[in-house]
Design a protein around this ligand. Structure first.
Ligand SMILES: [Fe+2]
Ligand SMILES: [Fe+2]
Length: 292
Protein backbone atom coordinates (compact mmCIF):
# COMPACT_ATOMS: atom_id res chain seq x y z
CA UNK A 1 0.00 0.00 0.00
CA UNK A 2 1.32 3.39 -0.95
CA UNK A 3 1.58 5.65 2.13
CA UNK A 4 -1.02 8.42 2.09
CA UNK A 5 0.47 11.87 1.39
CA UNK A 6 -1.90 13.63 3.72
CA UNK A 7 -4.54 12.82 6.29
CA UNK A 8 -7.78 14.75 6.43
CA UNK A 9 -7.89 13.44 10.02
CA UNK A 10 -4.91 15.67 10.86
CA UNK A 11 -6.65 18.87 9.81
CA UNK A 12 -5.41 21.56 12.29
CA UNK A 13 -7.54 23.11 15.02
CA UNK A 14 -8.07 26.83 15.55
CA UNK A 15 -6.89 28.49 18.74
CA UNK A 16 -9.49 28.09 21.53
CA UNK A 17 -12.10 30.79 22.14
CA UNK A 18 -12.14 32.25 18.65
CA UNK A 19 -15.41 33.23 16.98
CA UNK A 20 -15.57 30.16 14.67
CA UNK A 21 -15.07 27.65 17.50
CA UNK A 22 -17.57 29.51 19.65
CA UNK A 23 -20.14 29.35 16.86
CA UNK A 24 -19.53 25.63 16.38
CA UNK A 25 -19.98 25.07 20.13
CA UNK A 26 -23.24 27.00 20.01
CA UNK A 27 -24.60 25.10 16.99
CA UNK A 28 -23.60 21.67 18.31
CA UNK A 29 -24.74 22.59 21.82
CA UNK A 30 -21.34 21.53 23.14
CA UNK A 31 -19.87 23.75 25.81
CA UNK A 32 -16.14 23.30 25.35
CA UNK A 33 -16.41 20.67 28.07
CA UNK A 34 -13.28 20.56 30.19
CA UNK A 35 -11.42 17.27 29.85
CA UNK A 36 -12.05 14.45 32.31
CA UNK A 37 -9.22 13.63 34.71
CA UNK A 38 -6.96 10.80 33.57
CA UNK A 39 -8.79 7.64 34.59
CA UNK A 40 -9.31 4.00 33.67
CA UNK A 41 -12.34 3.63 31.42
CA UNK A 42 -11.70 -0.05 30.59
CA UNK A 43 -9.88 -2.23 33.09
CA UNK A 44 -7.42 -5.11 32.62
CA UNK A 45 -10.25 -7.64 32.20
CA UNK A 46 -11.38 -6.05 28.95
CA UNK A 47 -8.03 -7.02 27.40
CA UNK A 48 -7.77 -10.43 29.16
CA UNK A 49 -4.65 -9.09 30.88
CA UNK A 50 -5.56 -10.62 34.23
CA UNK A 51 -4.97 -14.04 32.62
CA UNK A 52 -1.33 -13.21 31.91
CA UNK A 53 1.44 -14.22 34.35
CA UNK A 54 3.65 -11.50 32.93
CA UNK A 55 1.03 -8.80 33.54
CA UNK A 56 0.32 -10.09 37.04
CA UNK A 57 4.03 -9.98 37.87
CA UNK A 58 4.21 -6.23 37.16
CA UNK A 59 3.91 -3.58 39.89
CA UNK A 60 0.52 -1.83 40.27
CA UNK A 61 2.03 1.25 38.69
CA UNK A 62 3.26 -0.65 35.61
CA UNK A 63 -0.05 -2.50 35.27
CA UNK A 64 -1.84 0.85 35.29
CA UNK A 65 0.55 2.12 32.63
CA UNK A 66 -0.28 -0.83 30.31
CA UNK A 67 -4.03 -0.39 30.79
CA UNK A 68 -4.05 3.41 30.48
CA UNK A 69 -2.05 3.25 27.25
CA UNK A 70 -4.64 0.88 25.76
CA UNK A 71 -7.48 3.15 26.93
CA UNK A 72 -5.68 6.12 25.37
CA UNK A 73 -5.20 4.41 22.01
CA UNK A 74 -8.84 3.23 21.92
CA UNK A 75 -10.14 6.76 22.41
CA UNK A 76 -7.65 8.27 19.97
CA UNK A 77 -8.58 5.77 17.27
CA UNK A 78 -12.26 6.65 17.70
CA UNK A 79 -11.45 10.35 17.62
CA UNK A 80 -9.60 9.94 14.29
CA UNK A 81 -12.33 7.70 12.83
CA UNK A 82 -15.01 10.28 13.64
CA UNK A 83 -12.89 12.96 11.94
CA UNK A 84 -12.55 10.65 8.95
CA UNK A 85 -16.37 10.22 8.93
CA UNK A 86 -16.89 13.96 8.42
CA UNK A 87 -14.63 13.91 5.32
CA UNK A 88 -16.14 10.69 4.05
CA UNK A 89 -19.64 12.20 4.24
CA UNK A 90 -18.41 15.28 2.34
CA UNK A 91 -16.98 13.20 -0.52
CA UNK A 92 -20.13 11.09 -0.69
CA UNK A 93 -22.35 14.20 -0.73
CA UNK A 94 -20.50 15.44 -3.81
CA UNK A 95 -20.72 12.04 -5.51
CA UNK A 96 -24.33 11.18 -4.64
CA UNK A 97 -26.74 11.01 -7.56
CA UNK A 98 -30.01 12.10 -5.98
CA UNK A 99 -31.14 14.96 -3.74
CA UNK A 100 -32.20 12.43 -1.11
CA UNK A 101 -28.82 10.69 -1.07
CA UNK A 102 -26.96 14.03 -0.90
CA UNK A 103 -29.17 15.09 2.00
CA UNK A 104 -28.58 11.82 3.85
CA UNK A 105 -24.82 12.19 3.48
CA UNK A 106 -24.90 15.77 4.77
CA UNK A 107 -26.75 14.55 7.85
CA UNK A 108 -24.24 11.70 8.10
CA UNK A 109 -21.36 14.22 8.24
CA UNK A 110 -23.16 16.23 10.89
CA UNK A 111 -23.56 13.06 12.99
CA UNK A 112 -19.83 12.39 12.75
CA UNK A 113 -19.06 15.93 13.98
CA UNK A 114 -21.28 15.31 16.99
CA UNK A 115 -19.56 11.98 17.65
CA UNK A 116 -16.14 13.63 17.69
CA UNK A 117 -17.43 16.28 20.08
CA UNK A 118 -18.89 13.59 22.35
CA UNK A 119 -15.56 11.72 22.53
CA UNK A 120 -13.17 14.68 22.80
CA UNK A 121 -13.50 15.39 26.56
CA UNK A 122 -12.50 11.80 27.38
CA UNK A 123 -9.21 11.82 25.41
CA UNK A 124 -6.49 10.89 27.88
CA UNK A 125 -3.68 13.18 26.67
CA UNK A 126 -5.59 15.80 24.72
CA UNK A 127 -6.09 15.84 20.96
CA UNK A 128 -3.77 13.29 19.34
CA UNK A 129 -1.49 14.05 16.42
CA UNK A 130 0.05 10.60 15.95
CA UNK A 131 -1.73 8.94 13.08
CA UNK A 132 0.50 5.86 13.25
CA UNK A 133 -1.22 4.40 16.32
CA UNK A 134 -3.27 2.01 14.15
CA UNK A 135 -2.76 0.74 10.57
CA UNK A 136 -6.48 1.25 9.90
CA UNK A 137 -5.95 5.02 9.72
CA UNK A 138 -3.61 4.79 6.72
CA UNK A 139 -6.03 2.37 5.04
CA UNK A 140 -8.89 4.86 5.57
CA UNK A 141 -6.87 7.71 4.07
CA UNK A 142 -6.08 5.61 0.97
CA UNK A 143 -9.74 4.66 0.59
CA UNK A 144 -10.88 8.28 0.95
CA UNK A 145 -8.38 9.47 -1.66
CA UNK A 146 -8.81 6.70 -4.22
CA UNK A 147 -12.12 4.95 -3.58
CA UNK A 148 -15.08 5.29 -5.91
CA UNK A 149 -18.54 5.90 -4.46
CA UNK A 150 -19.54 2.23 -4.81
CA UNK A 151 -16.30 0.95 -3.28
CA UNK A 152 -16.55 3.29 -0.32
CA UNK A 153 -20.20 2.48 0.40
CA UNK A 154 -19.33 -1.20 0.45
CA UNK A 155 -16.11 -1.02 2.45
CA UNK A 156 -16.74 1.91 4.79
CA UNK A 157 -20.45 1.78 5.51
CA UNK A 158 -21.20 -1.91 5.28
CA UNK A 159 -18.02 -3.57 6.47
CA UNK A 160 -16.29 -1.01 8.69
CA UNK A 161 -19.36 0.63 10.22
CA UNK A 162 -20.83 -2.85 10.70
CA UNK A 163 -17.66 -3.87 12.51
CA UNK A 164 -17.71 -0.56 14.39
CA UNK A 165 -21.22 -1.30 15.72
CA UNK A 166 -19.95 -4.45 17.41
CA UNK A 167 -16.78 -2.74 18.65
CA UNK A 168 -18.60 0.33 20.07
CA UNK A 169 -21.19 -1.90 21.73
CA UNK A 170 -18.40 -3.82 23.51
CA UNK A 171 -16.74 -0.55 24.54
CA UNK A 172 -20.04 0.80 25.88
CA UNK A 173 -20.89 -2.38 27.81
CA UNK A 174 -17.46 -2.71 29.40
CA UNK A 175 -16.93 0.99 30.18
CA UNK A 176 -16.46 1.95 33.85
CA UNK A 177 -17.48 5.59 33.30
CA UNK A 178 -21.20 6.19 32.89
CA UNK A 179 -20.77 9.47 30.98
CA UNK A 180 -18.55 7.81 28.39
CA UNK A 181 -20.91 4.80 28.19
CA UNK A 182 -23.73 7.29 27.50
CA UNK A 183 -21.65 8.94 24.75
CA UNK A 184 -21.27 5.52 23.10
CA UNK A 185 -25.00 4.93 23.47
CA UNK A 186 -25.73 8.15 21.53
CA UNK A 187 -23.10 7.42 18.88
CA UNK A 188 -24.46 3.89 18.35
CA UNK A 189 -27.96 5.20 17.66
CA UNK A 190 -26.57 7.08 14.62
CA UNK A 191 -24.14 4.38 13.53
CA UNK A 192 -26.98 1.87 13.15
CA UNK A 193 -28.48 4.24 10.56
CA UNK A 194 -25.16 4.81 8.79
CA UNK A 195 -24.63 1.08 8.43
CA UNK A 196 -28.27 0.50 7.38
CA UNK A 197 -27.96 3.18 4.71
CA UNK A 198 -24.83 1.46 3.34
CA UNK A 199 -26.57 -1.92 3.23
CA UNK A 200 -29.57 -0.38 1.39
CA UNK A 201 -27.30 1.37 -1.16
CA UNK A 202 -25.15 -1.69 -1.88
CA UNK A 203 -28.25 -3.84 -2.39
CA UNK A 204 -29.43 -1.30 -4.99
CA UNK A 205 -26.29 -1.37 -7.13
CA UNK A 206 -24.43 -4.27 -8.72
CA UNK A 207 -20.65 -3.97 -8.73
CA UNK A 208 -18.97 -4.14 -12.13
CA UNK A 209 -15.65 -5.94 -12.66
CA UNK A 210 -13.46 -2.90 -11.91
CA UNK A 211 -15.47 -2.03 -8.78
CA UNK A 212 -15.32 -5.62 -7.54
CA UNK A 213 -11.55 -5.58 -7.86
CA UNK A 214 -11.32 -2.19 -6.05
CA UNK A 215 -13.62 -3.42 -3.27
CA UNK A 216 -11.50 -6.56 -2.90
CA UNK A 217 -8.31 -4.50 -2.65
CA UNK A 218 -9.72 -2.01 -0.11
CA UNK A 219 -11.42 -4.69 1.98
CA UNK A 220 -8.17 -6.59 2.07
CA UNK A 221 -6.42 -3.48 3.46
CA UNK A 222 -9.03 -3.10 6.20
CA UNK A 223 -9.11 -6.75 7.18
CA UNK A 224 -5.31 -6.87 7.40
CA UNK A 225 -5.11 -3.66 9.41
CA UNK A 226 -7.60 -5.00 11.97
CA UNK A 227 -5.78 -8.33 12.19
CA UNK A 228 -2.30 -6.82 12.40
CA UNK A 229 -2.87 -4.09 15.03
CA UNK A 230 -1.72 -6.14 18.08
CA UNK A 231 -2.23 -3.36 20.62
CA UNK A 232 -2.31 -5.45 23.81
CA UNK A 233 1.05 -7.04 23.08
CA UNK A 234 2.47 -3.68 21.98
CA UNK A 235 1.37 -1.94 25.18
CA UNK A 236 2.88 -4.49 27.58
CA UNK A 237 5.99 -4.67 25.44
CA UNK A 238 6.46 -0.88 25.69
CA UNK A 239 6.05 -0.99 29.46
CA UNK A 240 8.54 -3.87 29.81
CA UNK A 241 11.07 -2.35 27.39
CA UNK A 242 10.55 -5.19 24.88
CA UNK A 243 9.73 -8.90 25.16
CA UNK A 244 11.54 -12.03 23.99
CA UNK A 245 9.80 -14.16 21.35
CA UNK A 246 8.97 -16.78 24.01
CA UNK A 247 7.51 -14.13 26.33
CA UNK A 248 5.44 -12.68 23.49
CA UNK A 249 4.15 -16.13 22.45
CA UNK A 250 3.28 -17.02 26.04
CA UNK A 251 1.55 -13.67 26.55
CA UNK A 252 -0.52 -14.10 23.37
CA UNK A 253 -1.55 -17.59 24.44
CA UNK A 254 -2.60 -16.50 27.93
CA UNK A 255 -4.51 -13.43 26.76
CA UNK A 256 -6.43 -15.50 24.15
CA UNK A 257 -4.97 -13.60 21.20
CA UNK A 258 -5.80 -16.33 18.63
CA UNK A 259 -9.41 -16.59 19.87
CA UNK A 260 -9.85 -12.84 19.61
CA UNK A 261 -8.42 -12.84 16.04
CA UNK A 262 -10.80 -15.64 15.03
CA UNK A 263 -13.72 -13.70 16.49
CA UNK A 264 -12.79 -10.56 14.52
CA UNK A 265 -12.31 -12.52 11.28
CA UNK A 266 -15.66 -14.30 11.65
CA UNK A 267 -17.41 -10.97 12.15
CA UNK A 268 -15.74 -9.42 9.09
CA UNK A 269 -16.50 -12.50 6.94
CA UNK A 270 -20.13 -12.30 8.00
CA UNK A 271 -20.30 -8.59 7.03
CA UNK A 272 -18.64 -9.17 3.66
CA UNK A 273 -21.14 -11.94 2.90
CA UNK A 274 -23.99 -9.65 3.98
CA UNK A 275 -23.32 -7.54 0.87
CA UNK A 276 -24.10 -10.56 -1.29
CA UNK A 277 -20.72 -10.36 -3.03
CA UNK A 278 -19.40 -13.90 -2.85
CA UNK A 279 -16.70 -13.05 -5.35
CA UNK A 280 -15.05 -10.59 -2.94
CA UNK A 281 -15.21 -13.06 -0.07
CA UNK A 282 -13.83 -15.93 -2.13
CA UNK A 283 -10.94 -13.86 -3.53
CA UNK A 284 -9.97 -12.65 -0.06
CA UNK A 285 -10.04 -16.20 1.27
CA UNK A 286 -8.00 -17.49 -1.68
CA UNK A 287 -5.41 -14.71 -1.16
CA UNK A 288 -4.99 -15.69 2.51
CA UNK A 289 -6.22 -12.29 3.78
CA UNK A 290 -8.02 -13.91 6.74
CA UNK A 291 -5.00 -15.84 7.99
CA UNK A 292 -2.93 -14.80 10.98
FE1 LIG B 1 -19.35 8.08 13.98
FE1 LIG C 1 -20.76 6.66 11.10
Amino acid sequence: MEKPQEHSMLCPNLEPNNSISNLLNKLTKSSNTSPYAKQVYWDANRYNLQKSNLFNSLSDEKQLEVVLRLNKWSLELIYFIEKFGLNYGAKMTLNAESEEEKSLYSLFSADEVNHRILIEPFLIDGKPKDITIHPLLDALAVCLREGSKETMTFTIQVILEGFGLMHYTHLKDSCANKDLAQAFHLILKDEVNHHGMGVALTKKSMLNKKQTSEVTEMTSLFVRSLIDAGWVLKSISETCGGLTKDQADQFKKETLWAESQTFKINKMSQLIRKTGSNEVFETLTKNGVFSF
